[in-house]
Design a protein around this ligand. Sequence first.
Ligand code: AP5
Ligand code: MG
Ligand code: ZN
Length: 214
Amino acid sequence: MDFILLGPPGAGKGTQAKLMVDKWNIPQISTGDILRAAVREGTTLGVEAKGFMDRGALVPDRVVIGIIAERLTEEDAVNGFILDGFPRTIPQAEALQQILDGLNRAIDHVISIEVEDEELVTRLTGRRMCKECGESFHVVFNPSSSEGTCDRCSGELYQRDDDKEETIRQRLAVYSEQTQPLIAHYEEQGRLRRIPGTGSIENIFSRVLEAAGN
Ligand code: AP5
Ligand code: MG
Ligand code: ZN
């Protein structure tokens, strides 16, 4: 199963991806997580990406396309993958298509998780992320059982630099300008499944399963 998770910042892509990993035993490939790891490690990639990420802008297409081209050929992705946060522009979607053609595979489902802006701001300002495994928690909606520690891997929780209200608003604007056109793009290809992203995390996961034909 090859999936794309589409949706605005805070829609729950990461949260649902973790449940999908457990269900299908295929990797979550989050360009955001890969870029944040590079920023933390201070690599050339991280240094280049940081400025864009801190102001809520997209990292240049060629950078993220390069990351994905490499990542999709790794062994753990042979039976499927969950793309979380990629593609985010039409050129990225076109490049993905080429990469997959070259690997003789195709996307099965594009799942678009839909949530209103004000709810997204509330989710992102209260989010806490795990430094180790990237799991998302929320101080009110989805608290970890021990404050500051990840339930999944015991890693340390932190607040993302781009989860400040001003930057969140900028990310939402960038989403509607540059990423939303992908909805029509995949709809035309007949691959799009839209699901409402409000309700409990479990409830949304059952919509994901239904969208995937399970
Ligand atoms: P990225 O890390 O992908 O961030 P994003 O798209 O802004 O999405 P988020 O991770 O913020 O949200 P999410 O949908 O994963 O929500 P989550 O599950 O955590 O990208 C970051 C940056 O990297 C970009 O701005 C860009 O600079 C760069 N970048 C990345 N990919 C790129 C690309 N392809 N091209 C160019 N640049 C790229 O949930 C959010 C919160 O809500 C959590 O607190 C969670 O606990 C809570 N929550 C989840 N579900 C529910 C629910 N049902 N009810 C209540 N709360 C819930
Ligand atoms: Mg995420
Ligand atoms: Zn963790």
